[in-house]
Design a protein around this ligand. Structure first.
Ligand SMILES: [Zn+2]
Length: 178
């Protein structure tokens, strides 16, 4: 396994619509494993392929063991599709490995039913609620070039992206500046 570099917003690679995976083969499995390692190292609870520069429909999600009776297991999902969402909504203070140190309240369906291909290319369906539902929807958004800040007001989004741009520039080595 290898740790990959996480792309920080704003970056055009985070705004692309990703392509479906034909089949979860050895190449995709390796990518899934590398994504999980990258997510653990960050650390985070979800990661989407475009965040590591790959424009394919793959996400990994793993919540903390502390999350009650939900067993700690990585969910590897290729071509995830939402089959159903609840009328009920839930609000979470979301963050993102591509927008480090920024958080905002995002409202989404409280429960979802999702179909996907797993690590073994098997078609699976799960119904998720709570943080797992939010996390899956957040990661799936990445596959369509949508970030959590796209769900909040343009004003708040502008503030966060401006700060990220500034932090980024000041973090770059002096010689690399134009
Ligand atoms: Zn994210």
């Amino acid at each position: 396994m290898a740790k990959l570099e996480i792309i920080i917003a704003p970056d055009p690679r985070l705004k692309r619509v990703c392509k479906p995976v034909a089949c979860v083969d050895a190449r995709i499995r390796k990518l899934m494993d590398d994504m999980l390692e990258t997510m653990h190292a960050a650390p985070g609870i979800g990661l989407a392929a475009p965040q590591v520069g790959v424009a394919e429909r793959i996400i990994v999600v793993e919540l903390d063991a502390a999350d009650g009776d939900d067993p700690r297991r990585p969910y590897f999902m290729a071509n995830p599709e939402i089959l159903w969402t609840s009328e009920e909504r839930a609000t979470y203070d979301e963050g993102c490995l591509s927008l480090p140190d920024h958080y905002a309240d995002v409202v989404r369906p409280a429960s979802v039913r999702v179909r996907y291909l797993d690590h073994d290319n098997e078609s699976r369906e799960i119904e998720a609620d709570g943080l797992l539902a939010t996390c899956i929807q957040h990661e799936m958004d990445h596959l369509d070039g949508v970030l959590f800040v796209d769900h909040i007001s343009a004003l708040k989004r502008g503030i966060i992206l401006r700060k990220l741009r500034k932090t980024h520039k000041s973090g770059a080595p002096a010689l690399a500046r134009p």
